[in-house]
Design a protein around this ligand. Structure first.
Ligand code: SF4
Length: 416
């Protein structure tokens, strides 16, 4: 578990200290304010993953002068989304399990940061699925912190917690807010002079209908979630073919983003001799080989000749060369590669570099994986000015080599 201390909590000086699950949203700010008013020290704890960031919490904690810890939950969150014990909300958001996980992490940090209990900004009945009475009980159960999760905004409607019973927290000064109306929270915001705060759950991609639908499709398609795939479907137009995931950039910014996300087993596609989108094709089988290699099931690193057998695309790279794994450790090299790729793509689009021609009758046509490559070619033509031509070419770049394929108008017409 990676913890970043944005502002490190000092030695405990007050009679009690709360570790507050802190999103930076109004409810969590108010929960902390109510405790602070009682002379309780507040240490914020926020989380980041591929689905949500910590930026709002960092900004709010800075303004409030609260210490803040950021915990990276990327892998844990993926596992929750794949298999939530208490199901999803309206989208692919496993909020009950997610709250339980966050509270559980907070519980593990109580001793380290000299905190007496965990506090949250949850409000009874504010969200029908994840904040009803039963869900709050489940969250506490999932956290393993019986009696140690305090919800200052609704505390007087809930069972007294241990810090209340011990007299560390004055229950009478906590609130009894219930329901979806934000009226009392807004009055409190005014009382405390709070002006800007993000909307509840506004920063979580799992509550976004478009992203959620893509993620669901990705799970069905791949049978599991991989961090690298999740990054890829956050951008561009996304298409799932039986053997390949295709993402097509919609503008220059997205093309750049795509180039930065390309793994070495991916294939890039772009119109040849004309400006247009950049597409990446991620082949299912190629990734399975990499995963196998990562899991240590393969006796040797994935060889490029194995990759070639997947798609029929002959790689000019030397056999046995290790496949690059994406991730923070390769980010430096990744940036250089991204610039090189963009340079190559630009040269191909401007006609300064003309890849070798490959006919439709070669072995690519018969390989299922190549169908996804072909599909990507038609898509980049369809989304460029080349769609107005009678014949157009697309360049396919992968594994150290590139070639071009030619298409008739009739072939991409179905996308128009
Ligand atoms: S909205 Fe997202 S971050 Fe918030 S509890 Fe639900 S899944 Fe977790």
């Amino acid at each position: 578990m990676e913890i970043t201390e944005i502002r490190k909590p000092g030695r405990k000086l007050a009679r009690a200290r709360a570790l507050l699950l802190f999103s930076g949203g109004l409810d969590s700010v108010l929960a902390g304010k109510l405790l602070e008013e009682q002379g309780i020290e507040v240490v914020g704890l926020t989380f980041r993953s591929q689905f949500f960031g910590a930026e709002a919490a960092v900004r709010a904690a800075e303004e409030l002068g609260w210490p803040l810890l950021v915990v990276d939950l990327s892998q844990e969150q993926i596992e929750l989304v794949e298999n939530p014990k208490y199901g999803y909300g309206r989208r692919l958001n496993p909020c009950i399990d997610c709250h339980g996980q966050m509270a559980r992490v907070a519980g593990r940090l109580l001793g380290k940061y000299q905190a007496d209990f965990v506090a949250t900004g949850e409000v009874l009945g504010e969200r029908p699925m994840s904040q009803n009475r039963q869900s709050l009980v489940i969250v506490e159960k999932l956290s393993g912190l019986k009696g140690l999760v305090l919800r200052p905004l609704s505390a007087r409607l809930l069972e007294p917690t241990i810090p209340e019973e011990k007299g560390l927290v004055d229950r009478e000064r906590l609130l009894d807010i219930c329901g979806r109306s934000r009226k009392r929270q807004l009055e409190l915001a005014e009382k405390y002079g709070l002006k800007e705060y993000p909307t509840p759950a506004g920063g979580c991609l799992l509550t976004d209908p478009v992203f959620s639908a893509r993620l669901r499709r990705l799970m069905e398609w791949r049978g599991k979630l991989r961090a690298e795939d999740i990054d890829l479907i956050k951008t561009g137009r996304v298409f799932f073919e039986s053997e390949g995931l295709i993402v097509v950039g919609r503008d220059e910014r997205e093309n750049e983003k795509i180039a930065g996300l390309v793994g070495q087993s991916d294939i890039l596609v772009t119109p040849a001799g004309i400006k247009g989108p950049l597409a990446v094709v991620r082949l299912k089988r190629a990734i399975e080989l990499i995963d196998k290699d990562r899991a240590g099931n393969a006796a040797h690193p994935v060889e490029r000749k194995d990759m070639a057998s997947v798609t029929g695309i002959k790689s000019p790279a030397s056999p046995g060369e290790e496949v690059e794994k994406s991730g923070p450790q390769t980010r430096g090299r990744g940036n250089v590669r991204k610039l090189e790729l963009l340079q190559l793509v630009r040269s191909i689009q401007e006609g300064k570099m003309v890849p070798e021609k490959t006919g439709k009758g070669d072995k690519l046509a018969g390989v299922a994986a190549a169908l996804a490559v072909r599909e990507a070619c038609l898509l980049v033509i369809r989304y460029s000015q080349a769609r107005k031509l009678e014949r157009a070419e697309a360049a396919v770049i992968g594994w150290g080599g590139s070639f071009r394929l030619e298409f008739d108008r009739g072939e991409w017409q179905k996308y128009l």
